[in-house]
Ligand binder design. Sequence first.
Ligand code: FES
Length: 132
Amino acid sequence: MTSLCRRTVLLAPLGYLVACSTARWYRPPPSKDGVVRVPLVELEPDGFVQVELGHDAFLLQREPNGDLSAVTLTCSHQGCAVSKRRDELVCPCHGSRFDLHGAVLNGPATEPLTRYRVVVDGTTALVYRERA
Ligand code: FES
């Protein structure tokens, strides 16, 4: 079972509709300080990894200038799980689409997806899950 299928199975009983995505998933070990640590080797060659946190998730991505950014994969409309589709984030519940930085491309969502601050520490990305 791929990690995507595992996520679908885990979230389905909670009412989440999870569309299949081609992006890789990473599940970090639990964190005591709330900071999510993602080894940089987890980024795919195209610079993306979806990070699973139990019933939440975010997309970590490498920007063209080499910086890293992170955006939640929880829809700002009613909280469904969005997933990466090529160069967009798509919500399967009501069809909202977002760019890869969380800006709304079309609704019904009207608010952007929450972005998180990312700091690189050696070979690890530290993701602070308060708003960037
Ligand atoms: S919950 Fe995502 S569009 Fe409604």
